[in-house]
Ligand binder design. Structure first.
Ligand code: ZN
Length: 65
């Protein structure tokens, strides 16, 4: 296990777009990040969760409790 493999394929990444603003997203670690609105989408088992309701929004710090 090198951990160097990207969580999703580049082909999949190319067709993905932020559901909020229809902008292409980029891979940032194990998240997909929208350059336009800053929302971050997680990837579960190779499946990007491209849902506005599930996205982490910029400025909203996840609670650490
Ligand atoms: Zn967006």
């Amino acid at each position: 296990m090198s951990g160097a493999n990207p969580p999703i394929s580049s082909e999949l990444l190319e067709i993905l777009a932020c559901p909020a603003c229809k902008t292409s997203v980029k891979l940032d670690g194990d998240r997909l990040v929208c350059d336009s609105c800053g929302r971050r989408y997680r990837i579960e088992n190779g499946i990007p969760i491209m849902l506005i309701d599930e996205a982490e929004q910029p400025g909203s710090v996840p609670s650490d409790s």
